[in-house]
Structure formats: C-alpha cells, structure tokens
Design a protein around this ligand. Sequence first.
Ligand SMILES: N=c1c2ncn([C@@H]3O[C@H](COP(=O)(O)OP(=O)(O)OP(=O)(O)O)[C@@H](O)[C@H]3O)c2ncn1[C@@H]1O[C@H](COP(=O)(O)O)[C@@H](O)[C@H]1O
Length: 104
Amino acid sequence: MDTLPRLERIIAERRKADPQASYVAQLHARGLPVIARKVGEEAVETAIAALTGEREELVGEAADLIFHLMVLLSAKDIPLDAVLAELDRREGVSGLDEKASRSE
Ligand SMILES: N=c1c2ncn([C@@H]3O[C@H](COP(=O)(O)OP(=O)(O)OP(=O)(O)O)[C@@H](O)[C@H]3O)c2ncn1[C@@H]1O[C@H](COP(=O)(O)O)[C@@H](O)[C@H]1O
C-alpha cells in the first residue's frame, strides 16, 4: 500500500549515492534530458507490451515506467503528494468535464 512513498524515499536517498553503485544516482548524474528520455522510452515499451506482450511483460514494463517517472519527479523536486493531490482533486469529476475545462 505504501509502496510508492517508500520508493520515493529510497530514490531521494540514492540520489546522493555513488553513480558506480546506484542506478538512481547514475540517472541523476546523466541529467534531466536522459531521465526524461527514459520515461518516454518506458512509456512506449509499456504501450507495446499492452498490444503485443504477455501480461507479465506488461506488468514489468509498467513497473519500469512508474519507477522512471518517480525518478523524474524527484529530479524536478516534485513530491509524489503533489501528483496524488492532483488525482484527488479530479476524483468525482468526469474525465470528459475535465477535458472540456482544459480546452476552454
Ligand atoms: N525499482 C527500481 C527499478 N526498476 C527498474 N530499474 C532499473 O532500470 C533500468 C531499466 O533498464 P533498461 O534496459 O531500460 O535500461 P538500461 O539499458 O539498463 O540503462 P540505460 O543506459 O538505458 O539507462 C535497469 O537497470 C533496471 O535495473 C530499477 N532500478 C532501481 N529501482 C529501485 O531503486 C532502488 C535503488 O536502486 P539503486 O539506485 O540502483 O541502488 C532499488 O532498490 C529499487 O527499489
């Protein structure tokens, strides 16, 4: 249940680790454009797995996507809570109404 908050804490800790010993630190050392590109790649791999892969493959790709998205949020100093609050704000509002309010 608290998987994402736990992962957020781990990512925050590992940011300062040795890039030779930590993938999170390595991503931060490579910089925001690389992290952003990884999110894009993992999103595409997730979409492909949904269309062509086995269930297990989609689960794996979705986990990669969420992990890299969490690294991106960390790199931009955006707490997970900000995203969860935005989702809470949308709760009970039809997605179609949300879409209409954005195009106004
Ligand atoms: N959840 C994850 C996680 N999911 C995926 N990955 C890594 O993400 C990478 C994705 O693989 P790809 O093939 O797409 O990328 P790659 O070719 O290895 O690397 P690139 O050169 O393309 O960046 C792999 O190296 C995976 O090991 C993760 N690495 C770390 N975590 C979590 O982060 C914690 C800290 O990890 P370290 O920073 O490595 O200690 C771990 O304990 C986990 O909880």
